[in-house]
Write a protein that binds this ligand. Structure first.
Ligand code: NAD
Length: 497
């Protein structure tokens, strides 16, 4: 059943809900069964330009940017309360758009509320510092100021979480913004704008345009009145956005893809390593930027580990977002499913050994959705397409290593650097390997947890720009988040039975 008919007015510009100037609309269909979810306005360039103008004017009049940071923090806390109050509505909308299991959307909503609460409490706690001039005849201070108008472009895999990571700190900082969520998953962004208005966000501070990247996103990247473009999405789009932003030398923040290594030593706890290897790649059908898509396993453990992963992968139950027995769901679109199929075909043609999956599931239940079986590609070679390209689907590739140096060399042999993990029973080895991995987040005997108060971002081509607005050594340093589970054990996300 459709959750809303949004076709009338779903662009939020200058405090008003509007239809697209050109009258265009877009239908959103469930990735799980193809049913119509909702119809929303589809913005064009002129709508985006009006939104930028509203954000610019609102920033330049100075009322918002010079408002009390404590008040802005309180507003964010009120938004968090609304998110908790309306959690069921938000989670349902997220699941309808993405096909993601309802329970996962509910987890996401908890993370999103926590994100608003975190930045709500952070607002106003650090407005700058006094600098010692060495003389009583001068005073000196460093103060933090908002960047200005922020263009925000987000993907479809964790639609509202990605939006929250941009919107909440921007409000805390006193910026104004124009948000363009993925055209595939607009519903929760609409609900969020309603929540922001209810919480008292002044007109013009937060603006929402819905539409494609080429038509609407590009305006945010190239417009001279936008001071920062903050983008989360694929590497190729990130390159395009960097190029569009270059003529105006605007600040660019990029959170891009990953091809994330999961390094398993022979001395790792076997059941824990199997359990996390499955969760790392098959959660949300692999549509996670930090998915553990590359299993890198020590030679002597290879056969036993891969056999068990294959056995359990074949038992993962696939289904729609509201199917109680489903453990993972569909891919986002027919186009994305086709890309994953091509990725697997190319990998096999290059010599990867298909151990399981590699096809759509059989059965009437799956016929109208974009489902793909959990897939394991063994014996992939370094430098091959399977290893270098992100599939962003439920496809695990397997490589072997001999010793610690070999593991680090293979895990770092990628132009991505978003996240990685190491599983071992030896504490010192875990720390040594974590130190040497050139990836922004490294988990030890765990996979996936993130903390809003810790750094999140990519080394190498997985991202730029986390250091914006920070003092210290700024862009000359990378910040790596190393997270160690001190009581590792299977979590049984996938029952395997
Ligand atoms: P995408 O790059 O196709 O699209 C992301 C956004 O960019 C969408 O809103 C899209 O409309 C817009 N866009 C597309 N072309 C554009 C253009 N020319 N100008 C301006 N905007 C444009 O990515 P996706 O398929 O939505 O998401 C999947 C990708 O996102 C994966 O590569 C994944 O790894 C990455 N991702 C990264 C993180 C992270 O934190 N690093 C988080 C989630 C997803």
């Amino acid at each position: 059943m459709p959750h809303a008919d949004n076709s009338a007015a779903t662009l939020f510009i200058d405090g008003e809900w509007r239809t697209a100037a050109g009258g265009q609309t877009r239908q959103i269909h469930s990735p799980a069964d193809g049913t119509l979810v909702t119809t929303v306005a589809e913005a064009g360039r002129s709508d985006a330009e009006q939104a930028v103008a509203a954000a610019r004017r609102t920033f330049d009049d100075g009322v918002w940017s010079s408002s009390s940071a404590w008040d802005r923090g309180d507003l964010l806390l009120r938004v968090a309360d609304i998110l908790v109050r309306d959690k069921a509505e938000f989670a349902r909308a997220e699941s309808l758009d993405t096909g993601k299991r309802l329970v996962e959307s509910e987890f996401d909503m908890d993370d999103i509320a926590a994100c608003f609460r975190y930045f709500g409490k952070l607002a106003g706690t650090d407005s700058g510092r006094v600098v010692d001039t060495g003389t009583p005849d001068a005073i000196s201070r460093v103060q933090y100021e908002p960047v200005g108008v922020c263009g925000m472009i987000t993907p479809w895999n964790f639609p509202l979480l990605q939006v929250a990571w941009k919107v909440a700190p921007a409000i805390a900082a006193g910026d104004t913004f124009v948000l363009k969520p993925s055209e595939l998953t607009p519903s929760t962004a609409i609900l969020l704008m309603r929540a922001l208005a209810e919480a008292g966000l002044p007109a013009g501070v937060g603006n929402l345009v819905l539409g494609t990247g080429a038509e609407v996103g590009s305006v945010l990247a190239e417009h001279p009145d936008v001071d920062l473009v903050s983008f989360t999405g694929g590497l190729h789009t990130g390159r395009t956005i960097s190029a569009l932003a270059a003529p105006t030398v605007k600040k660019v923040a990029l959170e891009l893809g990953g091809k994330n290594p999961n390094v398993v030593f022979a001395d790792a706890n076997f059941d824990t390593a199997v359990d996390f290897a499955l969760t790392a790649i098959f959660l949300h059908s692999g549509q996670v930027c930090s998915a553990g898509a590359r299993l890198i396993v020590q030679d002597e453990l290879h056969d036993a580990l891969v056999d068990e992963i294959v056995r359990k992968a074949e038992q993962i139950r696939i289904g729609g977002p509201f199917d109680d027995d489903a453990e993972t769901g569909p891919l986002i679109s027919a186009g994305h499913l086709h890309k994953v199929e091509e990725y697997v075909a190319t990998s096999v043609a290059e010599g990867a050994v298909l151990r399981t999956g590699g096809a759509r599931p059989d059965g009437e239940r799956y016929a109208a959705g974009h489902f793909y079986l959990p897939t394991v590609l063994d014996e992939v070679q370094q430098g091959s397409h399977a290893v270098t390209e992100e599939s962003f689907g439920p496809v695990l590739t397997v490589e072997r290593f001999t010793d610690e140096d070999d593991a680090v060399r293979i895990a770092n042999d990628t132009h991505y650097g978003l996240a990685g993990a190491v599983f071992t029973g030896e504490a010192a080895k875990a720390q040594r390997v974590a130190n040497r991995l050139r990836h922004g987040t490294v988990w030890i005997n765990d996979f996936h947890p993130y903390l809003p108060q810790a750094e999140w971002g990519g080394f190498k081509q997985s991202g730029i720009g986390r250091e914006l607005g920070r003092g210290g050594l700024g862009e000359y340093q990378e910040a790596k988040h190393v997270y160690q589970n001190l009581r590792p054990g299977p979590q049984h996300w996938f029952s395997g039975e």
